[in-house]
Write a protein of this length. Structure first.
Ligand SMILES: NC(=O)c1ccc[n+]([C@@H]2O[C@H](COP(=O)([O-])OP(=O)(O)OC[C@H]3O[C@@H](n4cnc5c(N)ncnc54)[C@H](O)[C@@H]3O)[C@@H](O)[C@H]2O)c1
Length: 261
């Protein structure tokens, strides 16, 4: 269990979408919030709304993560909950550029590793800390037309799992958030595959934030699924990979057909 009233919470990518909803919901629960975003205006606007501290900047690079964590420690004392939420969807297929792969790797994976590296020693020393990573159902299943996204989100999930195993018995709580579609700018920009697969069941960012903040307060489960059906899909993929691939190929075929007109 993590007591949220008075807790120091950092949300990366908190200027928009799921991150902004998380920042607002944590503030409503009485947490002292740091709102990070690459976009300074967005970061300041959300922070001003909820009486939080804005620390804009890049939450993925080694220097950016270090600056964010030292700024957050100065503002909050220690960080109680770190939400590595910022993420990007770049690169469609095999033609995705080296830069798109590198950028996806940096923001979707290394941002989590870099933050954990800096936070974990202090958390171990005081016997508690809480890392929440926004992964995606794409990290448990896949995402059509999003090669770099699907692969890096799998890596993000693997890192969260590794952290939970390595430090879970030492006072550090780790949780991975794996939604399907959420109505944000990222979903709007993800093209026909997102519309085919996700639009009908897409949640509002506030609905995701409600589920996440309740689970953070409870300290469980590890795998936070705002769309509960993902558990069944994930189990189906593991139980019979060939059957799962056949189903996914059908969806890919529908997508190819829709694109061809
Ligand atoms: N929207 C969906 O359907 C969906 C589904 C599953 C998972 N997710 C994940 O949720 C997270 C949030 O996505 P969203 O849909 O709210 O996207 P969004 O694009 O609406 O918001 C993301 C925010 O992160 C910021 N950002 C990007 N790179 C950053 C960086 N390096 N440092 C700091 N801030 C940065 C952007 O400026 C933006 O304000 C991502 O990790 C995404 O992969 C989204």
């Amino acid at each position: 269990m993590t007591v949220l009233a008075g807790a120091g919470v950092v949300v990366t990518g908190g200027g928009a979408g799921i991150g902004a909803a998380l920042a607002r919901r944590f503030a409503a629960a009485g947490a002292r919030v740091v709102v990070n975003d690459l976009d300074p205006d967005a970061s300041h606007a959300v922070a001003a709304d909820i009486d939080a501290v804005a620390l804009p900047g890049d939450a993925a690079t080694e220097a950016g993560v270090a600056a964010l964590i030292s700024g957050a420690r100065a503002a909050l004392g220690e960080v109680d909950v770190y939400c590595a939420n910022a993420g990007i969807g770049e690169g469609v297929g095999l033609d995705a550029s080296e830069e798109a792969w590198e950028h996806s790797w940096d923001v979707n994976v290394m941002a989590h590793v870099r933050a954990a590296r800096l936070l974990t020693p202090a958390w171990l020393a005081r016997g508690r800390g809480h890392l929440v990573t926004t992964v995606s159902a794409a990290g448990l299943l896949t995402m059509l037309d999003a090669s770099a996204y699907a692969v890096t989100k799998h890596a993000a999930y693997a890192f969260a799992e590794w952290m939970a195993i390595t430090y879970g018995a030492k006072g550090i709580t780790v949780q991975a958030v794996c939604p399907r579609g959420v109505r944000t700018a990222l979903l709007d920009a993800s093209g026909p595959a997102a519309r085919l697969l996700l639009d009908d069941d897409a949640l509002a960012p506030e609905q995701v934030a409600d589920t996440v903040v309740d689970a953070v307060a409870a300290g469980a489960p590890f795998l936070i699924l705002p769309h509960p059906e993902v558990a069944r899909m994930y189990a189906g993929r593991a139980a019979d990979p060939d059957r799962w691939l056949t189903g996914m190929r059908k969806l890919q075929g529908r997508l190819d057909q829709a694109r061809e007109g």
